[in-house]
Design a protein around this ligand. Sequence first.
Ligand code: GDP
Ligand code: MG
Length: 153
Amino acid sequence: MSTEQTFIAIKPDGVQRGLVGPIVSRFEQRGFKLAAIKLVTPPRELLEKHYADLAEKPFFPGLVTYMLSGPICAMVWEGRDAVKTGRTLLGATNPLASAPGTIRGDYAIDVGRNVCHGSDSVENAQKEIALWFKEGEVVSYKHSQFDWIYEKA
Ligand code: GDP
Ligand code: MG
């Protein structure tokens, strides 16, 4: 377990449904530190790179269209075990299989409208952060709550 950064995105349905605040709150309240946040309408090429591992899937064209359908709130969250814990906060890919209390389990039904994205490994988190953010957009600062959240650094 170590301090990690993860890429979390609120997809167009999450932005349109007014879920930016609730989703940001869950990461804040858990104790993670916000390192970057912006509202973006990325070009198709960026989304095709982001989901390159799914390019052969039958749902890929629909997935890209969905991701192009409105602004996306792109974020970097930082903290101990942030990648794995971020996925836990999101819930399962299919919202119907997501436990209540998770973001998808509380706010979504359809796998093709599952309101959020989270990196699935430390290596992919690093790749995704580099893809979505320019240098300088990811901010380094001391979290004032640090000593109240962690027993030891
Ligand atoms: P994630 O890491 O939990 O987001 O899941 P994946 O990386 O496997 O898939 C990326 C995204 O593609 C998911 O979040 C869904 O929005 C979408 N997706 C995955 N599987 C399906 C599917 O079977 N049908 C549809 N329509 N979309 C899917
Ligand atoms: Mg994935």
